[in-house]
Design a binder for this molecule. Structure first.
Ligand SMILES: [Zn+2]
Length: 104
């Protein structure tokens, strides 16, 4: 029976690792480092990033609670944050960012 990929915290966010050699699991069926096959497993009970589209921006709160805001596939804002926000609060962040830009 194949072992399943291991989901571990890496730099504050969850990432998949090879269950045999503990290297990063780049491929979904085998390890590019040791060549062994593993079974892909979607993480359970693992926080997922929250992604909200608002006013032409995409705002993402990653699993380590950092905020990233994108417009036209370019990152326009990155901020550290310590609390998990709701989707409404993330929309409010986009509004706040827009108001800041207007003040300039
Ligand atoms: Zn491996």
């Amino acid at each position: 029976m194949l072992k399943k990929v291991l989901w571990q915290k890496d730099w504050g966010a969850y990432a998949p690792f090879c269950p045999y050699c503990s290297e990063y699991a780049y491929e979904k069926d085998h390890c590019v480092f040791c060549g062994k096959k593993y079974e892909w497993d979607e993480p359970k009970n693992v926080p997922k990033p929250t992604i909200v589209e608002h006013k032409g921006f995409t705002i993402i709160q990653t699993t380590n609670n950092h905020l990233q805001m994108y417009k036209d596939n370019r990152i326009v804002m990155h901020a550290s944050c310590t609390t998990k926000m709701t989707e409404d609060e993330l929309r409010a962040e986009v509004d706040r960012y827009e108001n800041m830009r207007k003040d300039r």
